[in-house]
Design a protein around this ligand. Structure first.
Ligand SMILES: *[C@@H]1O[C@H](CO)[C@@H](O)[C@H](O)[C@H]1NC(C)=O
Length: 224
């Protein structure tokens, strides 16, 4: 029975869209292998918004969202650095840092990041609080076949994982849009109200593969 469970757990799941409402991915172990892999037919994005919720007790650097193309491993990367108040956002391999975040361990956080290639401006929203708007990169779109990975940070297209940048904890409610989401829509996401689901990644119809020890579990709700 245990062996069977383990086999099921370790099997690569086929990429058919799944409704993950009230579910989460659990990354229960520090490895340089376990991850969730997603692809999209979209090959050209002039703007991006990504929203997600995460829960961890990691104090070290760790990845929250890794999108790579063959030309740029850090095409769109949300990365928590060890300094406890800083989140870094990379677009097209360029880095912007967003300080003053109240990133506490052992609680759910809601994080959204926006960027558009015309102005080059990016912004990070953390638990309802918008950051300064900062220039990261402009003039070129995200372009090429896209691989998105949860749980590991890509240093190459779909690989190049580093155990010391891996994610351990839980991840949920991931959406991605091909435009910058209106601040009121971001607020709706943060407050768990109705919002327009992602048109690139939609948590309610997500196509993905899990590789290694990643579990899909019910989100633990607070009891009344
Ligand atoms: C990860 O970090 C540990 C502790 O700092 C270090 O000993 C190890 O060499 C690092 N591993 C890699 C692959 O960088």
């Amino acid at each position: 029975m245990t062996l069977l469970l383990l086999l099921v757990m370790l099997t690569v799941c086929a990429a058919i869209p799944q409704d993950l409402s009230d579910k989460m991915f659990t990354f229960p172990q520090e490895t340089n292998t376990a991850h969730v892999r997603l692809t999209t037919s979209r090959q050209n994005l002039r703007a991006v918004t990504v929203c997600l919720r995460s829960f961890t007790d990691l104090r070290r650097d760790h990845v929250l969202f890794s999108l790579a193309t063959p030309s740029a491993p850090n095409e769109f990367l949300i990365y928590k650095v060890a300094a406890n108040d800083e989140i870094d956002l990379y677009t097209r391999n360029n880095r912007g840092n967003f300080r003053g975040q109240d990133y506490k361990l052992n609680m759910w956080h809601s994080i959204c990041s926006t960027w558009d290639s015309t102005s080059g401006l990016a912004q990070v929203w953390f638990d309802g609080k918008p950051s300064s708007r900062k220039f990261i990169s402009s003039g070129s779109n995200i372009n090429g076949p896209i691989i998105i990975v949860f749980g590991q940070e890509q240093d190459s297209h779909g690989g190049g994982f580093d155990i010391n940048q891996s994610f351990v904890g839980m991840l949920s409610d991931v959406h991605m849009w091909d435009f910058t989401l209106h601040p009121c829509e971001i607020q709706n996401y943060m407050d768990d109200l109705n919002f327009t689901p992602g048109n690139v990644l939609n948590w309610r119809a997500l196509e993905f593969q899990t590789i290694g020890r990643v579990l899909i579990e019910d989100k633990q709700m607070t009891c009344h």
